[in-house]
Design a protein around this ligand. Structure first.
Ligand code: 5GP
Length: 175
C-alpha cells in the first residue's frame, strides 16, 4: 500500500466544519419540521459529512446510498459512473442528496435527473464544498457548507487515490 506522501495545508479546520454542519442541520431541521427526510449519501466522498449531518438533524431521517465516481487521482474523467447501492423507493419522499463537493456539476446533474424521474415529493441538494469556478453544467446546491477556490482538496471523506479520507479537516493537497 502506498504511503500518504503528498504535503497538504489545512484549509478548513475540524472546528469550522463542525460549526457549519450544525448550522446546516439546524436549517434543514426547521425547514423540514413535521416531515421525514430521505438523506441520500453519495459514496464514498460524502460518507463522513452525511453521517455527521444525519446525526444532528432533528427530524426523522432515513439514509440511502449511491456510488458516484468521476475522478481518477486529481483529475476529472468527464464521465460519471453511478451505481445505486441502496436507495429505497423515492416516489413521494422528501429527498436530500448529500454530496461532498460540487466541481463540474456533472455528477449532481446526472443524479438529480435520475431522482427527479422517480417523482420525489421534493428534492434538495446539500453539498459540503462548492467550487463554482469549475462548473460545466448549471447546477446549484440548496445548502452549501463552504465555497472554495479551485484547489484539489482532501480530508473529511474526500480522497486522493483512496488516501486522506480519514483526516478530520479539509486540506489543500500539493500535487
Ligand atoms: P463533478 O461531477 O461535480 O465534477 O465532481 C464531483 C466529484 O468529483 C466529487 O464528488 C468528488 O468525488 C470529486 N472531486 C471534485 N473535486 C474534488 C477535490 O478537490 N478533491 C477530491 N478529493 N475530490 C474531488
Amino acid at each position: 500500500m502506498a504511503a500518504e506522501k503528498n504535503k497538504y495545508t489545512i484549509l478548513i479546520s475540524k472546528e469550522e466544519i463542525s460549526r457549519r454542519v450544525t448550522v446546516l442541520s439546524e436549517q434543514i431541521s426547521s425547514e423540514y419540521a413535521g416531515k421525514e427526510i430521505l438523506l441520500i449519501c453519495t459514496l464514498k466522498g460524502a460518507v463522513i459529512f452525511a453521517s455527521d449531518l444525519a446525526r444532528s438533524i432533528k427530524v426523522p431521517c432515513e439514509l440511502g446510498f449511491v456510488k458516484a465516481k468521476s475522478y481518477s487521482g486529481d483529475q476529472t474523467t468527464g464521465r460519471v459512473d453511478i451505481s445505486f447501492e441502496d436507495v429505497p423507493d423515492i416516489k413521494g419522499r422528501h429527498i436530500i442528496i448529500a454530496e461532498d463537493i460540487i466541481d463540474t456539476g456533472l455528477t449532481l446533474k446526472k443524479l438529480s435527473e435520475y431522482f427527479l424521474a422517480k417523482e420525489p415529493a421534493s428534492m434538495k441538494i446539500c453539498a459540503l464544498l462548492d467550487k463554482p469556478s469549475r462548473r460545466k453544467v448549471d447546477i446549484k446546491a440548496d445548502y452549501v457548507g463552504f465555497k472554495i477556490e479551485d484547489h484539489f482538496v482532501v480530508g473529511y471523506g474526500l480522497d486522493h487515490n483512496e488516501k486522506y479520507r480519514n483526516l478530520p479537516f479539509i486540506a489543500k493537497l500539493e500535487l
